[in-house]
Design a protein around this ligand. Structure first.
Ligand code: SF4
Ligand code: SF4
Length: 97
């Protein structure tokens, strides 16, 4: 198979990244009650890094693995995510291979 036809494995790509995690999240759920009543739960579907998990009737935000792509900010139909970049010196470092 030629290189151009090779499938990209997202897990392999994510494995190359390194992360410097802050102690506080840069992704804040504005109102947990809105999430509890949110039918779509788009944040659990669109995030390429699986940062949002719905557990025990709450959205859990694993901000440490965020790729800073901004998709969740756009995908939340209730504008319920206070989205910021991590503080300087923190966040993802991409490695291309
Ligand atoms: S899509 Fe928005 S409102 Fe719905 S669960 Fe996710 S963060 Fe909460
Ligand atoms: S910015 Fe991208 S990677 Fe980070 S939580 Fe939102 S969708 Fe996931």
């Amino acid at each position: 198979m030629s290189d151009i036809k090779k499938k990209v494995n997202i897990d392999d790509k994510l494995f190359l990244n390194t992360y410097i995690a802050d102690t506080a999240s840069h992704l804040i759920i504005k109102d947990e009650g809105v999430c509890a009543n949110c039918v779509e739960k788009n944040c659990t579907k669109f995030c390429p890094a699986g940062v949002y998990q719905y557990k025990d009737y709450k959205i859990v935000v694993g901000f440490e693995g965020c790729l800073e792509c901004g998709a969740c900010r756009i995908a939340c139909p209730h504008d319920n995510i206070d989205w910021n970049y991590p503080r300087g010196g923190f966040g993802v470092q991409f490695r291309l291979a």
